[in-house]
Design a protein around this ligand. Structure first.
Ligand SMILES: [Zn+2]
Length: 187
């Protein structure tokens, strides 16, 4: 009698959110991606990053499109660092105004950290699927100077309510057809 040993490696679980990053001039630095990934990991969210190269297998409808734009027209959502379309059904997407992020920092490392937090803020809007901001933390409508200092030291984090809403959001599918089509909403 033969004993057959089947040894399986761990099966890689699908990420909670797959983002497809495209560039209209802006760049997702490795530092920004790492910081965003670790913030989400701490919140129990796994992220898979794809792009900016075209995907040979195509882009799936449930991927979240993120465009990193430069040369943002001054009259486009003045003061906003990004815009998300959390109710846009199968075409959920985010546009980040990387030139405005750069204008708010003094150093490249700060630029990467601020970009990471802007990405996490906007992706969280899509995960939560509701139009809402928090009084504290990453999901504040507008970060104060103190918040920004905490971003540059990577101390800013989610409020407890946001962590609950992220868990609830993940329990729903991100591909659910939109219930309402809202217009663009600034950062
Ligand atoms: Zn927001």
């Amino acid at each position: 009698m033969m004993a057959i040993l089947a040894i399986f490696g761990p099966v890689a679980a699908a990420a909670d959110v797959t983002v497809y990053v495209t560039s209209d001039g802006g760049t997702l630095t490795f530092a920004a991606q790492s910081v965003a990934t670790s913030l989400f990991k701490k919140a129990g969210v796994t992220i898979e990053w794809r792009g900016p190269k075209p995907q040979a297998s195509g882009v799936r409808a449930d991927w979240l499109w993120i465009e990193l734009g430069e040369k943002t027209p001054p009259d486009r959502l003045p003061g906003a660092l990004a815009v998300s379309y959390p109710y846009a059904g199968t075409s959920k997407r985010i546009t980040v105004f990387t030139d405005r992020i750069r204008s708010m920092v003094n150093r490249p490392d700060q630029e990467s950290f601020l970009l990471a937090y802007v990405l996490v803020h906007e992706i969280t809007h899509v995960i939560q699927g509701v139009e809402r901001h928090s009084g504290e933390g990453i999901m504040k409508a507008q970060w104060s100077n103190l918040d920004r200092a905490n971003i540059f030291t990577r101390k800013l984090y989610f409020a407890e309510d946001d962590l609950i809403m992220i868990r609830n959001g993940l329990a729903r599918t991100l591909t659910r057809p939109s219930e309402s089509e809202n217009g663009p909403r600034p950062e």
